[in-house]
Ligand binder design. Sequence first.
Ligand code: DX5
Ligand code: ZN
Length: 213
Amino acid sequence: MLVAPSVLSADFGNLQRDIESICNAGCDLVHVDVMDGHFVPNLTIGPVVVSAIAACATKPLDIHLMVENNTFFVDLFAPLKPEYISFHIEEEKHPHRLIQKIRSLGIKPAIVLNPHTPPESIEYLLADLDMVLLMSVNPGFGGQSFIESVIPKAAKLNAMRNRINPNCLIEVDGGVSDKNIHLLRDAGVDIVVAGSYVFNHANKKEAIQSLQI
Ligand code: DX5
Ligand code: ZN
């Protein structure tokens, strides 16, 4: 299991210290939540702060867009060369076109599904994706509780991706901790995002290792 701590739970007054601490603690990716105050009822960071994160991160960036105008934001963040850019299927009229655009910029394209969105909705996109991100909370805030229905949903998506595109990874985001990590692994999940669990833990290395099972 790969672990991507969410910067949303970092101390923004000490951002460089916190980014360096998760990278030194052995995380696999750095998860960056971009919220526009429209698609979700919260507003986070733009390219100025994300480029500062990119400058001190020694692990690849995993940018999660929670925005209305995906194409605009892809153009804004592409120059930072993240490993992944993920966008919500609920907010995109032309997902296939956007996947191609992200790939043409040299970035791995990923799609995010909100808790209510069935995996079947992206069946015909799976062949072109590098990752699918399943939300296990309603997007917008860190520190929410884990929505259990993501477990059977991940298992269903796992069967679908094994059939259509075994190279496509499954990521889960929201409320992840040592309490649900085994269930996630057994359902076929490859990467977990963890914000409050990692940043509230007294020892970030221990927290990350407890998820890398
Ligand atoms: C929620 C974000 C998550 C969040 C995870 O909209 O996408 O990445 O920060 O935080 P925890 O792990 O605290 O639920
Ligand atoms: Zn996220």
